[in-house]
Design a protein. Structure first.
Length: 329
């Protein structure tokens, strides 16, 4: 039996990169296994058809990065990814969820819509699956991948109507993040928080892709450095206080209050009402997509986390000022 944790994932999977960054940060002994090169074992062990798959030294199977990180925090508490101040601990968890669910939507849309992105993404994945295949076999595999991704695009809400909106949301996010990362290494100071593990790897994936990567690489140097730093994060200083974070962190929370949380709430309501699609007004514009089951569950988890912190007036003030509070009950 291995004495190390084993992580099955790929460089193209933001959640795989997220869990690997976490293990690196915590200095937890692990092996990084390219999923497609270990397909038979992956299929034998996995409980969900998803990566990353983490196998603990005792053989326990761990999947779904948010609860997996929480479980690992119990076993390897130091350095904690949760700020000790409960206000920041919740805000960080909120941004982690924003990264996982909203950041992923922005990344996925831009990776699989334009011809240049589709060509690059499908061939990188195809080559990972068939490292010794000839060009014809790789092209064929890339075509199959594109068919699958086109189906997934619809599921994450990318369509002709939402495409310009999603591009606008990405530009807005990058404009918010760039000044925030000018004078600090991570989102809450000079050490990574839970928030960084949710959002950083999504932005890292964008930085790998032609369209989003060109924007990030050419005009967003602070974001690029942070995204790369998040692949091997370090504890280089303390978390900051609200006074120093507020001017540039508040817009990120307000983005969650204006776009992500109303979207996620409308999605959860549609799932509860068993509606296949939903429409929601985000910052004055109609946004329509298929309902997504997983998000309703993770929003429920975030609301449970809020319920445990709800008697905190400093937190409630920030959440009210940024338009988040109404969506957390
Ligand atoms: N909530 C899950 C999401 C994992 C996920 O969606 N993984 C994607 C890759 S990034 C996946 O495995 N998709 C199915 C596939 O690639 O076959 C987590 O945090 O682990």
């Amino acid at each position: 039996m291995s004495k190390e944790y084993r992580i099955f994932g790929t460089e193209m999977s933001p959640y795989s990169v997220k869990i690997r960054s976490y293990f690196r940060y915590k200095n937890i002994a692990h092996q990084w296994l390219q999923r497609f090169q270990n397909e038979e074992e992956y299929q034998k062990l996995t409980r969900l058809p998803l990566i990353p798959l983490v196998v603990a030294p005792d053989g326990k199977i761990l999947q779904d990065t948010t609860p997996v990180i929480e479980e690992m925090e119990q076993i390897f508490p130091e350095p904690s990814v949760h700020p000790t101040d409960p206000t920041f601990a919740f805000l960080s968890a909120l941004i982690e969820e924003y990264g996982d669910e909203w950041g992923m939507k922005l990344m996925f849309h831009h990776r699989w819509v334009s011809e240049a992105d589709k060509l690059a993404g499908s061939h990188i994945l195809a080559r990972e699956i068939l490292p010794y295949g000839d060009n014809g076999e790789v092209d064929e595999m890339a075509e199959k991948i594109l068919v699958r991704m086109a189906e997934r695009l619809i599921l994450v809400g990318s369509n002709a109507e939402t495409a310009p909106l999603l591009s606008g949301y990405l530009i807005r996010l990058l404009e918010i993040l760039e000044p925030h990362l000018e004078n600090r290494l991570y989102l809450f100071g000079d050490r990574p928080a839970f928030a960084d593990f949710g959002l950083g790897p999504q932005v890292y994936e964008m930085a790998l892709d032609p369209t989003a990567g060109a924007i990030i690489r050419s005009i967003k140097p602070n974001i690029l450095q942070w995204a790369l730093r998040m692949t091997a994060p370090r504890n280089d200083g303390p978390f900051e206080d609200w006074q120093s974070l507020e001017p540039t962190l508040e817009p990120l929370l307000a983005d969650a209050g204006t776009h992500f949380l109303p979207w996620s709430t409308a999605n959860a309501e549609a799932i509860a009402a068993e509606e296949e699609t939903f429409s929601v007004e985000l910052d004055g514009e109609a946004y329509t997509q298929l309902s997504q089951r997983y998000h309703a569950r993770s929003l429920g988890d975030l609301r449970d986390r809020y319920a445990a912190a709800a008697d905190n007036s400093a937190l409630n003030q920030i959440l009210a000022d940024t338009g988040c509070l109404a969506y957390l009950h």
